[in-house]
Design a protein. Structure first.
Length: 120
């Protein structure tokens, strides 16, 4: 069954183009290591909450937009192999330096999800 890696982060509005360029470049690596789909979503209607919300989860600041991203894999084994490649494929190094990222990687949240239902 399909497996999804999901990410939420806060990106400075002024760095949107830089963020999307990194996404485009990273997609090639994810695809090389088994990903079958990749989505980068720029927040459009992401309200603040009273108890919880996407902005609160990533501690979004003034001038930042919440992004929601997901990467699809055929199954968990493909996902795990892709994640393991981050330790062995030197091309990933470009995406691991927090000083070169257009967002604060410490405020990013992520996780792996087994798809429980897909609509027709």
């Amino acid at each position: 069954m399909t497996y999804i890696a999901g990410f939420v982060a806060a990106v400075e509005d002024a760095r949107k183009d830089e963020y999307l360029e990194i996404a485009r470049r990273s997609w090639a690596l994810f695809r090389d290591h088994g990903a079958v789909e990749f989505r980068e979503c720029w927040g459009d209607a992401v309200p603040d909450g009273e108890l919880t919300s996407f902005p609160m989860a990533v501690k979004a600041r003034e001038g930042e937009t919440v992004v929601f991203s997901w990467i699809g894999f055929a199954d968990k084994a493909a996902h795990d192999a892709c994640m393991a490649s981050m330790q062995t494929d030197p091309r990933w190094k470009e995406f691991s330096d927090p000083d070169k990222m257009p967002f604060d990687m410490k405020r990013m949240i992520y996780g792996g999800f087994e798809v429980a239902y897909e609509g027709d």
